[in-house]
Design a binder for this molecule. Structure first.
Ligand code: AMP
Length: 282
C-alpha cells in the first residue's frame, strides 16, 4: 500500500493507474477505523481496480464546542487495517494540503442539508460538502463509497456529485453494527460502560418502527412515536430527533411512500449517536 501525504504524491500514483486504464475507487474517512469503514474499502474493491482511502479529520465540519481536538486518532492501526483490507493508496493530507493558504471556496448543498443534522450541527454539511468536493478534485475517482450510517450525509454527497457534474458513481454501503445492534462509530469509544449498555435502545427503537411499518403502519407520527417510546424507556438516552424523510431530498413525509429514511439522533451523556432505517414502502 502506498502512503501519500502531498498532492504531488497522490497525483503521481493515481495518474499512473489512470494512464494504465484502471478504475479508481475512493473511500473518504476521518480515521479511527472500524469494521464499518473496512466494509466500504471491500465494497470499493468490487467496483474498481484500485482503491484510494483518505484519512482526514476535517476541521471545517466540526462546530465550535464539538469534539475536533479529542476526536480519536489511530494512524498506525488505520494504516495496518487498510493494507490488510486491500487498499492500494492511503492519502493522509495535512490541513494546508486540503485547504492551501488563501483557499476560500465553500460548497453548500441546499435541500438535503436542511433539518435534522443540519439543524443540530449548523455549518456541518457545508464542511462536509467542501471537503468532499476538494477530495473528489484531488483523487478524481470513477466511484466513491459512503456509508448509509450517515444517511443525510449520503444524500448531500449524492446531490453534490450530481449537481456539480463530477461524473463519479456514488455507491452506498450498508451500516455495520455491533452484535447488540449498535451502529459502529469512531465516537463509540467515548461511551462509559453505562452509556454503552443504554446505546442499543436507539437501534431497538428503529427495529420496533420497522415491525410496525411491516404490519402496515404508514403514518410518520405513529412510527416516530414508537421510536420515542423505546428511547424514553431507556434512562441513559435522550432523543434529539426521529423523523421520516424522502431518501434523496430529506424532505419530511407525513405518510410513508417510496424510498424512505427514518433518521434518529440521541445523546448518551455528552456523546451523540446517530442511526437510521432505510426502506422501500409500496
Ligand atoms: P467517518 O470516518 O465517520 O467520517 O466515516 C467515513 C465513512 O464511513 C462514511 O461514509 C460513513 O458513513 C462510513 N461509516 C461510518 N460508520 C459506519 C458503519 N458503522 N457502517 C458502514 N459505514 C460506516
Amino acid at each position: 500500500m502506498i502512503e501519500a501525504t502531498t498532492e504531488r504524491e497522490l497525483r503521481h500514483a493515481v495518474g499512473k493507474w489512470r494512464a494504465a486504464g484502471e478504475r479508481i475507487g475512493f473511500v473518504p474517512t476521518m480515521g479511527a477505523l472500524h469494521a464499518g469503514h473496512l466494509s466500504l474499502v471491500e465494497l470499493a474493491r468490487k467496483h474498481a481496480s484500485r482503491v484510494v482511502t483518505s484519512v482526514f479529520v476535517n476541521p471545517m465540519q466540526f462546530g465550535a464546542g464539538e469534539d475536533f481536538t479529542r476526536y480519536p486518532r489511530t494512524p498506525e492501526a488505520d494504516a495496518a487495517a487498510l493494507a490488510a483490507a486491500g487498499c492500494d493508496l492511503l492519502f493522509v493530507p495535512a490541513v494546508d494540503v486540503l485547504y492551501p493558504p488563501g483557499s476560500s471556496t465553500r460548497v453548500r448543498v441546499e435541500e438535503p442539508s436542511r433539518g435534522l443534522e443540519g439543524d443540530c450541527r449548523p455549518g456541518h454539511f457545508e464542511g462536509v460538502a467542501t471537503v468532499v468536493a476538494a477530495l473528489f478534485g484531488l483523487v478524481r475517482p470513477e466511484v466513491a463509497v459512503f456509508g448509509e450510517k450517515d444517511a443525510q450525509q449520503l444524500a448531500v454527497v449524492r446531490a453534490l456529485a450530481r449537481d456539480l457534474h463530477f461524473g463519479i458513481d456514488i455507491v452506498a454501503a450498508p451500516t455495520v453494527r455491533e452484535s447488540d445492534g449498535l451502529a459502529m462509530s469512531s465516537r463509540n469509544v467515548y461511551l462509559s460502560p453505562d452509556e454503552r449498555r443504554a446505546a442499543p435502545a436507539l437501534y431497538q427503537g428503529l427495529e420496533a418502527a420497522r415491525a410496525a411499518i411491516a404490519a402496515g403502519e404508514r403514518s410518520s407520527a405513529a412510527v416516530t412515536a414508537i421510536v420515542r417510546a423505546r428511547v424514553a424507556a431507556e434512562p441513559g438516552l435522550e432523543l434529539e430527533y426521529a423523523a421520516l424523510v424522502a431518501a434523496d431530498s430529506f424532505r419530511p413525509l407525513e405518510r410513508l411512500a417510496g424510498e424512505v429514511v427514518l433518521p434518529v439522533a440521541a445523546r448518551a451523556g455528552t456523546t451523540r449517536l446517530i442511526d437510521n432505517l432505510r426502506l422501500r414502502v409500496d
